[in-house]
Design a protein around this ligand. Structure first.
Ligand code: ZN
Length: 85
């Protein structure tokens, strides 16, 4: 499955949660909520690669600060400016 953000070949991580989790060599590891994933497919939307990556970096820094770096950042909102129309 290609990376939902940058479309390069990425690994899909199997999880029990309601999200798609991927490990991309360029974007790192992240999750996209099932609802957002379905919305984006329906509307043929794509992520803004630059914005999505910098958002993920910020989330990871926050997770590290809270000693939660085992949690991959979850993208669950289309209105965070990460999704192109
Ligand atoms: Zn990627």
């Amino acid at each position: 499955m290609n990376c939902l953000i940058c479309n390069t070949e990425a690994q899909r991580i199997k999880t029990m949660g309601d999200w798609v989790e991927q490990d991309c060599p360029a974007c790192g590891r992240f999750r996209v909520s099932g609802a957002l994933f379905a919305d984006m497919k329906t509307n043929r939307q794509a992520f803004n690669v630059e914005k999505a990556r910098s958002w993920l970096d910020k989330q990871r820094a926050e997770n590290r600060a809270e000693n939660q770096d085992d949690h991959s950042p979850l993208i669950d909102s289309p209105d965070s400016g990460l999704v192109l129309d």
